[in-house]
Design a protein around this ligand. Sequence first.
Ligand code: SF4
Length: 154
Amino acid sequence: MHRLYENNDITVFWDSEKCFHAKRCVGGCPEVFDPTRKPWIDISKAENPMMWKAVSACPSGALSCAYNHGIRIGFSEERSCSEAFDGETKVGECEYVVTESGWTICHTAVSQAYGGLGIAKRLVFRVLETAERRKIAVDATCSYALKVMNPGTP
Ligand code: SF4
């Protein structure tokens, strides 16, 4: 399961397959990470530095975070993609094709000037989360998306 939690400044990513429930996040910031609540992560409950520290303590890599750098991530069913915007300017996208078996992520790209800001990961997570919430199977031919989906593979 892939989830992303955003406020104005940061995005927290959670990949449930990597989580081995060490609960360091819970110990570090119990207001945000509460396994008895649904959703169990609520990033509105603490200040960013405290949350960032708790995310950094995750030993499995299930949690990670990125600054948003003012970039907004949207989702367009019509265009079959998630999209990144700097103001009104589109600066990245993650496209998928609809197949008989689900969605196949085929392309992820971010404008060169916006590289290294964590935007591609936010784009892929947005597609994965949307599909998973709708119980749609997802696979990928896009090498970057495959890396996000199967982080252990070369
Ligand atoms: S610290 Fe990481 S591995 Fe441990 S429960 Fe939290 S998300 Fe899972």
